[in-house]
Design a protein around this ligand. Structure first.
Ligand SMILES: C[S@@+](CC[C@H](N)C(=O)[O-])C[C@H]1O[C@@H](n2cnc3c(N)ncnc32)[C@H](O)[C@@H]1O
Length: 356
């Protein structure tokens, strides 16, 4: 059973898991998928989550609840159509195929995937935050800050927002009692579940398809929220308050994101964007503001002011430095740029950390 802390992402009404036939007959008369603007992104559901007012259901596909508003099936006339080419769904729908195809390929040979290698390094490192836990080559210092905010992790209920679930699985390895992944991409959810199974932690892992701007969870459901490279794909003025809402008091948030540093525009014109084929809008001061409105204790910690862009440019030219080398460079960069504080604050890799 997946119900419990799950709610309708739009109305926040409770949901009950049932067969698709029972859910459809509970709706009574005619019902329609509320999305307009795109075909269904999922296969035929086997089960459903029925909303407590009996006016809507959400499909469960391959065991994963699809709790994204456009995929709601509602009694005709009871819900306004939702256009998937409009915010906050647009980007998620535009990129679904891209990330699903990637996830399908990686799931075929999961042990060769980078995600698998990264989790294995954490397993081999021993306890949470031992050397070997960091895996973000160009953003290791920001990841160290964000992971540190997750500590202590033992016995905590954790959720990763966006991505392929590597961090959620790592947090289980590190001692979390329960870990969730919420992603708009079903393929990523299935990949994450397979990854959890590869490390024998699937019993405590759950995945849900949804967007950060409309999280389908009761208030105060989690002790930790982590996101790596996904917050900048969201409308932060909606996603950050949602993240704060689902955290318990004393709960912690950590994110690793690109920051729109002064040379970003020139760099992307010369070398192209880092993420090819998908939208990428680095966070800036305006988009970070909701963090300070939603949390009493929040900070944006900058890294990589001097070296990150040159190394990213080199990677475009086929030069890929190793993890350990980049970690040393980033630390050196931090020390040098801290001497001149405005320089440090222009670092293009940031950790967003906060406590509720
Ligand atoms: C460039 S990838 C980052 C992947 C990430 N580094 C990871 O841990 O797998 C961007 C990710 O943003 C996520 N995403 C896009 N729009 C989102 C939204 N509205 N809410 C939550 N996640 C979103 C997708 O899951 C996608 O994998």
């Amino acid at each position: 059973m997946v119900e419990g802390l799950l709610v309708c992402p739009v109305s926040r009404l409770p949901l009950t898991q049932t067969s698709i036939e029972d859910a459809r007959s509970a709706l009574g008369g005619e019902s329609v998928r509320v999305a307009s603007g795109s075909p269904p992104n999922v296969a035929a559901p086997e089960e459903a989550l029925l909303r407590s007012d009996n006016l809507a259901l959400y499909p469960i596909v391959h065991g994963v609840p699809i709790l994204i508003a456009p995929e709601m099936i509602a009694v005709t006339g009871s819900a306004a159509p939702v256009n998937t080419s409009r915010d906050p769904y647009r980007e998620a729908y535009e990129e679904m195929d891209f990330y699903s195809n990637w996830a399908e390929r990686e799931t075929e040979d999961i042990q060769s995937s980078t995600a698998f290698q990264n989790v294995r390094r954490a397993v081999e490192a021993g306890g949470f935050l031992k050397p070997g836990w960091l895996d973000a080559t160009y953003d290791a210092a920001a990841q160290a800050d964000a992971y540190a905010r997750m500590a202590p992790i033992e016995g905590k209920c954790v959720i990763q927002v966006g991505g392929k679930g590597t961090h959620a699985v790592k947090f289980l390895i590190g001692g979390a009692s329960e870990a969730w992944l919420v992603t708009p991409v079903l393929g990523e959810a299935l990949f994450a579940r397979a990854l959890a199974a590869s490390f024998g932690v699937e019993q405590n892992f759950k995945a849900v398809v949804a967007i950060a701007e409309e999280l389908p969870f009761l208030d105060a459901s989690f002790d930790r929220v982590y996101t790596g490279g996904c917050l900048h794909h969201t409308i932060t003025s909606r996603a950050i308050p949602e993240i704060a809402r689902i955290l318990r008091v004393g709960g912690r948030f950590g994110a690793v994101e690109p920051w729109r540093a002064p040379l970003y525009g020139i760099g992307t014109r010369v070398f192209g964007k880092r993420e090819v084929g998908v939208n990428c809008r680095p966070i800036d001061a305006r988009r970070a503001l909701p963090l300070f409105e939603a949390f009493y204790d929040a900070a944006v910690l900058h890294h990589g002011a001097v070296t990150r862009y040159p190394f990213l440019a080199l990677s475009k030219l086929g030069v890929h430095p190793g993890l350990d080398f980049m970690h040393k460079i980033t630390r050196l960069d931090d020390r040098l740029s801290s001497v001149v504080s405005p320089l440090r604050r222009s670092g293009s890799s940031v950790a967003l950390v906060a406590t509720k």
